[in-house]
Write a protein that binds this ligand. Structure first.
Ligand code: NAD
Length: 448
């Protein structure tokens, strides 16, 4: 077998957002020398000083631990990274384009071009960002054309499956690793770069570039489908008086189905699932196989309907008009244990309510700075009690522990009316009803 450049290759991580910062820190904790690179100088300065620019449980401690070893450094200098690194991980964003469902590949293209034009030695560039199928093949050409030593720089793809909120744990102990490679040499570099994780017995799948790209979007499509499946059942439950929670628990006992991602509610959001399935539909159409994934349009549609349906239920509860109605919106992040508000269902609901004239007050334990910045026109309260004070309806939109653990009587003393919509099936309905609350959850009978 072909030996790697080094037993312990020097790693660079280009793009130090949620994915890249976690990857850089985790690899340094595992014993590698790592250089984190970003175009955002403020972000690099924060990370270098031991502060994580976003909320991710456990990451700040690991960042400081890694910095203390001296193995982790940060820079905005691509030339330094190009001269120093053996294996470069590209972790820049691939958001949805402004004018279509396609992925915006500007950042990926720029990162590859800047890096490869500065590389003067044998190196492997590894894409980790989620990209449309065929991107790696196109970038291989781009790297060959833009690098002064094009034939000595190879490209591989290593899709990332980490979950925000569990990012460090998922990086150190992934369910599997996928290496999309074009040569044994590239495989040897990646094996060296992930040695401790592989030695721990992590399953490894070796694939070609296109398959590696597809694994990521296929996995996200499956997860999105599972969520929308149970939410479609919730729609049927609402029309029939059936209870989707009982249905989900009965389905979950079937080990072929399983309980995970079978939770009904307000649906998925965030910087990954929504844009990934849309980009997949777009790319499949370009490839002439759009029909194979038309079901993903339904998955997206069901997911969007959960948001409007939540607004409908709130409107029904207050007698048909939201004009001037104070509503407490609990949650802004797309899920708990994160401050990520990208495509957050909670904020969508808050915006729809206020568009209908409701006086919406939002509270989230971690995501308020991001939410305020993105939606300065919305109103925010500094605490849970402040948010619910005087509310005609409370809407639980992100299932933070603080909301799950709140006592119905404590909240009840503050609101104008004891009405709650549990958008995440996170509360004990009986407990709320016993305390005089009108409790509603999508897909559950109005009174049970
Ligand atoms: P992010 O927006 O948090 O981070 C992207 C970073 O890239 C930013 O810090 C930005 O400044 C930087 N950047 C942009 N252009 C650059 C350039 N030319 N050179 C260097 N840095 C540059 O995004 P993220 O959530 O970390 O996602 C990154 C990629 O990883 C996306 O493709 C996403 O789909 C994928 N992914 C994300 C997660 C997740 O949970 N966040 C999980 C798996 C995969």
């Amino acid at each position: 077998t072909i030996p790697p450049i080094a037993e312990h290759p020097r790693l660079t991580v280009i793009g130090t957002g949620y994915l890249g910062a976690t990857h850089a820190v985790s690899m340094a904790v595992l014993g590698y020398e790592v250089l984190g690179v970003d175009v955002d100088a403020a972000k690099i300065a924060l990370l270098a000083s031991g502060r994580v620019p976003f909320y991710e449980p456990g990451l700040p401690e690991k960042l400081r631990e890694a910095l203390d070893t001296g193995r982790l450094r940060f820079t905005t200098d691509f030339t330094e990274a190009a001269e120093w690194g053996d294996v470069h991980f590209i972790c820049v964003g691939t958001p949805q384009a402004h004018d279509s469902n396609a992925a915006d590949l500007t950042y990926v293209d720029r990162a590859f071009a800047t890096l490869s034009s500065a590389i003067t030695r044998r190196a492997l560039i590894v894409g980790k960002s989620t990209v449309p199928i065929g991107t790696a093949a196109r970038l291989t050409e781009l790297v060959r054309a833009s690098s002064p030593v094009g034939e000595r720089v190879e490209l591989a793809w290593n899709p990332e499956f980490l979950r925000e909120g569990y990012a460090v744990e998922d990086t150190l102990h992934p369910d599997r690793l996928v290496f999309g490679v074009q040569s044994e040499w590239a495989e040897a570099q990646l094996r060296a770069a992930f040695r401790p994780i592989l030695d721990a017995g992590t399953p490894l799948v070796i694939a070609d570039l296109a398959t590696a790209e597809l694994v990521k979007v296929a996995a996200n499509s499956f997860l999105a489908t599972k969520i929308s499946y149970i939410n479609a059942m919730a729609e049927v439950c609402e029309a029939t008086g059936a209870d989707v929670n009982i249905l989900a628990s009965a389905l979950a006992y079937d080990s072929r189905i399983g309980s995970r991602f079978l939770k009904p509610g307000l649906g998925f959001g965030g910087g990954c699932l929504p844009k990934d399935i849309r980009a997949f539909i777009h790319r499949a159409e370009e490839l002439g196989v759009g029909q194979a994934v038309t079901f993903l349009r339904e998955v997206d549609g069901i997911n969007q309907r959960r948001r409007t349906r939540t607004v409908d239920v709130i409107r029904e509860m207050v007698g048909g008009s939201l004009e001037g109605v104070p509503v407490a919106a609990l949650g802004a992040a797309f899920k708990p244990n994160s401050d990520d508000i990208r495509d957050a269902p909670a904020l969508d609901v808050a915006r729809m309510l206020s568009a209908e004239g409701a006086i919406v007050t939002i509270y989230d334990p971690e995501a308020m700075p991001n939410a305020r910045r993105a939606y300065p026109e919305l109103s925010f309260a500094p605490s849970l009690p402040e948010a619910v004070r005087g509310a005609e309806v409370v809407a639980l939109l992100t299932e933070w522990a603080e909301f799950r653990e709140a006592r119905p009587d404590d909240l009840g003393r503050l609101v104008a009316h004891r009405r709650i919509v549990d958008g995440r099936h996170a509360l004990n309905a009986d407990e709320y009803r016993a305390r005089g609350w009108e409790y509603r959850a999508l897909g559950r009978p109005v009174e049970s």
